[in-house]
Ligand binder design. Sequence first.
Ligand SMILES: C[S@@+](CC[C@H](N)C(=O)[O-])C[C@H]1O[C@@H](n2cnc3c(N)ncnc32)[C@H](O)[C@@H]1O
Length: 293
Amino acid sequence: MIEHYSVLHREVAEFMKNLKEGFFIDATVGGGGHSYLILKQNPNVKLIGIDKDDYALNVAQEKLKDFEGRFWLVKSSFKDIDKVVEKFNVKPVVGVLFDFGVSHFQLKLPRGFSFQREEPLDMRMDTSSSLTAYEVVNFYPEHHLLKILTDYGEEKFAKRIVKSIVDYRRKKRIETTKELADIVYKSYPPNLRHSRIHPATKTFQAIRIEVNNELKEIEEGLEKAINITDKEGLILAISFHSLEDRIVKNTFKKYKELKFLEILTKKPITPKEDEIEENPASRSAKMRVARRI
Ligand SMILES: C[S@@+](CC[C@H](N)C(=O)[O-])C[C@H]1O[C@@H](n2cnc3c(N)ncnc32)[C@H](O)[C@@H]1O
């Protein structure tokens, strides 16, 4: 089984020091790394781990086996965190953690998240959901694709890329990640094709966000998390790109103004040098933390 390296684990552990007795929700349990440290550090805490991905839930089950009887895993989107908490009858909870995005093992599975390998265009975190990257790339109207690449990818060359996609798919369907990555690569101006970040990075991010409805679910999940958390409880959110971080920042701000939250991180917490060296994928992580009042 492929493991996941949990980002900002020391910083998360620091906030998890004095949790009150009760239920904690790991809204993105993934490989179970953060859940492990929460359960280990807080013998008085029980945990519900949520994930959309069956593979993740299996990895987490194995990782957390030392804590049998203190944790429960649920297949769900965190946008339904309120329903999960109601079903278990554990409201209000002592805290909620979100660690957005995909895990290392999802990137390594043949799900089409990576443009480094030849794989079918899928990109679903929940493999039982219906929309795939193949549908988005081959059947979305031109204007819709353009909006996705512009809004979710913040891609400067969205127009050129979408034109190339539409020209290509008139001749043949785009079947694989490599095919899509090549189309994007060739749409980039030649002098910008070889920078540190591959030209297809933003396009892949945008399509992944669309396939998994990521931003809307983050907004909904965060709002609900704030509402199910007890006074003094913590809400922690780790983002990996500016669109996610903006939602966290604005949601926290809105609930601060409503006198629901105290923001504990004036600026987001980012990984230290040694963590980035050990796990380069952590370099874009940003964590914001708030406390219910
Ligand atoms: C970065 S990983 C979490 C890793 C985890 N914190 C750990 O330490 O192992 C993100 C996980 O969130 C899941 N995920 C993303 N969006 C989700 C959503 N809307 N609802 C539930 N799970 C989601 C993904 O399937 C993935 O397993």
